[in-house]
Design a protein. Structure first.
Length: 284
C-alpha cells in the first residue's frame, strides 16, 4: 500500500519550518518515519470507515482551505496520474506497449500504474455481484481509468475516449457518473461520500454546469445507468480485497469493438487520447 506524505502537515506537526531546521538529519528521518506510520494507521482506519484517531469525528477541510493548498504545489490537481509523481512514487520509465495495443494491454501496462486499477476492478466486481446489466458492469470497469490521462472532468474525458468502442449506455454511464456522484439518491442506495468532504471541502458546492447536468440527467430515461455506476463506485479502498480481471474478459470480448490497427492507430477522432496514454513521455 502506498500513500502520500503531506509535506506541509508533516512540517507543521514538528512545530514549523524553523523547528525542523534545528533537527539533525537522523532526528528528521525518525520524525518522518513516525509520521508515516501514524499516517498509514489513520488511512487504514479511515478505509475501514472509522472515525479519526482519538474517537473524534473526522474534521473535514473547507473548500477555501483546499484552494489555499494550490499555491506552491508542484502540479495542478486535475493533472493525469501518469504525468505526475509523488515523493514516495517518483516517475519511472514505462514498459513499451505492443504495436497493436488492445484494451487489456492498456489495463496491464498503463492503468495498473496510474488508472485507478484496483478501484475500478472493485467497483465492477461489486456491480457483477449485485446483478447489474453488462453495460453497467462494463461502465464500472471503465469509469475512472481516464484519470491516467487527466483527472479534471474525468467523466466527460473518459466517455469520449471510449465512445467509439463501447455500447452507448456504457459511455453514458461513464460520462454522467461525474455529476451524479455529488447528489444523494437514497431510493437507489447512493449516499454522498465522506471522500468528497475530504477532497472537495466540507462546504463544497458543485459548479453550475454540474448542477445543470444533474437536473438534465435526473429526468433522462437512462438516468439509472450513471446512477448505478455511482452506487457501485467504492470510496474506501480495501487493501485486502482480492480482485482480478478474469470475470470481465468475456464482457470486454462481447462489448468492446477492438480496432484491428490497435488503440491509438485506427485514425478515430480519439486515437490521440490513447496514444497520449501509451507515450506520455513524448515531449510535444
Ligand atoms: Fe469517477
Ligand atoms: Fe470511482
Amino acid at each position: 500500500m502506498t500513500f502520500e506524505i503531506d509535506r506541509r502537515a508533516f512540517i507543521a506537526s514538528l512545530g514549523g519550518a524553523a523547528a525542523v531546521a534545528g533537527l539533525s538529519h537522523e532526528a528528521r528521518a525518525d520524525a518522518l518515519e513516525d509520521y508515516a506510520i501514524r499516517k498509514l494507521d489513520d488511512d487504514v482506519a479511515m478505509a475501514q470507515g472509522q472515525n479519526a484517531p482519538g474517537g473524534q469525528p473526522e474534521k473535514f477541510p473547507t473548500a477555501a482551505e483546499i484552494e489555499a493548498r494550490i499555491d506552491g504545489s508542484m502540479n495542478r490537481r486535475g493533472v493525469g496520474n501518469l504525468f505526475t509523481g509523488t515523493a514516495n512514487r517518483p516517475i519511472m520509465r514505462l514498459e513499451p506497449m505492443p504495436k497493436k495495443p488492445t484494451l487489456m494491454d492498456f489495463f496491464n501496462l498503463r492503468f495498473k500504474q496510474a488508472g485507478a486499477y484496483n478501484h475500478v476492478l472493485q467497483s465492477a466486481t461489486r456491480a457483477m455481484k449485485t446483478g447489474m446489466t453488462e453495460e453497467v458492469i462494463f461502465g464500472c470497469l471503465l469509469h475512472d481509468v481516464v484519470q491516467s490521462l487527466i483527472k479534471v472532468d474525468h467523466g466527460w474525458w473518459g466517455a469520449q475516449m471510449f465512445e467509439p468502442y463501447v455500447p452507448e449506455k456504457t459511455s453514458f454511464g461513464v460520462r454522467y457518473h461525474q455529476a451524479l456522484r455529488f447528489y444523494a439518491d437514497e431510493a437507489n442506495g447512493y449516499e454522498y461520500p465522506d471522500l468528497y468532504r475530504r477532497t472537495f471541502g466540507v462546504d463544497y458546492k458543485p459548479e453550475p454546469y454540474i448542477e445543470d447536468t444533474y437536473k438534465m440527467i435526473r429526468k433522462h430515461k437512462w438516468y439509472i445507468e450513471p446512477r448505478m455506476v455511482t452506487v457501485n463506485d467504492l470510496y474506501a479502498f480495501d487493501p485486502n480485497a482480492v480482485v482480478t480481471m478474469d470475470p470481465f474478459v468475456d464482457i470486454i470480448g462481447r462489448h468492446f469493438k477492438q480496432p484491428k490497427e490497435g488503440l491509438g492507430f485506427d485514425n478515430s477522432p480519439v486515437a490521440h487520447m490513447w496514444r497520449s496514454i501509451a507515450f506520455p513521455d513524448h515531449p510535444l
